[in-house]
Write a protein that binds this ligand. Structure first.
Ligand code: SF4
Ligand code: SF4
Length: 344
């Protein structure tokens, strides 16, 4: 009973804080006006992005076969974002920023300076989320995560048995990740953050495992179970449709159509940007290999990049009769919520 009450409090704290973040510093107005520019097909939104995805590192300790970072298909150099790059970026841009996700490619907690980055973002009253594979360098990481002030943590366990985990992730760490989830929840104790979610990745092996996954989440007492449809794109070595579930409701829309959906419905480049570990700004996380660089925060400011010629060209390509931006072909963002199965 007390545990359910606490779980509800953790959720309530998250939602209230999000509400506060968006209602303060004129952020809601800024987002709304930028969205109006999108709605009226204007390529130059007047306010800076409210959502930023930051890649602390593109180095990983797993070798997931469906991920370009894990299967060796990323061609860009590997490295970590230094704290000073992040700090200098945030010092210039925090006014409008509401939400930072520290994840793109790679395992964020492998960056030695990640906790300094979280602390600094939290001190600026920004909602901070991390997506991790849950395989930590040492036991101290669990305590550091809880102490960091992080608002939300998504752990990609992705499978519910050792064999499938090892097959897709390249290492036999299923039990270790499960144990880290338990340790995190224990360490959080009665604190109200971080909100902790556990993810299952739907591939053919997993399509009948949703009830077992929900059961696992209940036993581990995580705050939320997330079930995500797999992306089996051009970047993935195992893009064999054999990895897609046979049940169509577990497959992303664009794999069901011969002609991939390329429309103009994505508003993301009007409200968000993605920054790679080396400072390159790209339109979104779908540009995994950093092919469409819009600028670099080490040599320029985000306000110059945000409405610079390359960003304007990218948005204009999206606004034409057809979205002609090449990375959008591999994307199902218009049905973002359709990429998840609602379970709780
Ligand atoms: S843990 Fe994440 S970043 Fe690392 S290889 Fe797997 S999917 Fe890619
Ligand atoms: S790739 Fe997807 S998320 Fe990125 S800009 Fe294109 S449609 Fe939007």
């Amino acid at each position: 009973m007390m545990k359910v009450f606490h779980k509800n409090l953790v959720y309530l704290r998250k939602m209230l804080f999000l509400l506060y973040i968006f209602a303060s510093r004129g952020r809601f107005i800024a987002i709304s006006i930028n969205l109006l520019y999108f709605a009226f097909h204007k390529a130059r939104p007047p306010f800076m992005p409210s959502f930023i995805q930051i890649e602390p590192t593109n180095i990983c300790n797993l070798s997931c076969s469906l991920c370009p970072c894990g299967n060796g298909q990323l061609t860009r150099p590997k490295g970590n974002m230094p704290f000073h790059t992040f700090k200098s970026f945030l010092d210039k841009n925090h006014g409008n920023l509401a939400f930072i996700v520290f994840y793109n490619m790679g395992e964020p907690f492998l960056n030695e300076e990640i906790f300094k980055m979280i602390n600094y973002a939290v001190s600026k009253k920004i909602f901070v989320k991390i997506s991790t594979n849950g395989l930590f360098k040492d036991k101290d990481t669990v305590k550091k995560i809880v102490d960091s002030g992080l608002d939300e943590l998504l752990i990609s366990l992705d499978f519910i048995d050792r064999e499938s985990y090892k097959l897709f992730k390249g290492k036999d760490n299923f039990d270790e990740v499960k144990s880290n989830v338990s340790m995190l929840l224990k360490e959080r104790g009665s604190a109200l953050k971080p909100f902790i979610s556990l993810q299952l990745l739907l591939v053919r092996e997993n399509q009948d495992k949703i009830p077992a996954f929900i059961d696992l989440c209940r036993r581990l007492e995580v705050d939320r179970a997330v079930v995500k449809k797999a992306r089996v794109g051009d970047y993935c070595k195992k893009s064999d449709p054999g990895f897609l579930p046979t049940d169509k409701k577990y497959i992303r829309d664009f794999y069901l159509n011969d002609k991939r959906k390329v429309d103009s419905g994505c508003l993301r480049p009007w409200v968000s940007a993605t920054i790679l570990w080396d400072g390159a700004v790209v339109p979104c996380c779908l540009d995994m290999d950093g092919k469409y660089k819009l600028g670099d925060i080490r040599y320029s400011t985000l306000d110059k990049i945000w409405n610079g010629p390359l960003s304007l060209d990218f948005r204009r390509a999206m606004l034409g009769k057809k979205n002609t931006a090449p990375i959008c072909r591999e994307c199902s963002i218009k049905s973002y919520f359709g990429n998840f199965i609602k379970v709780n």
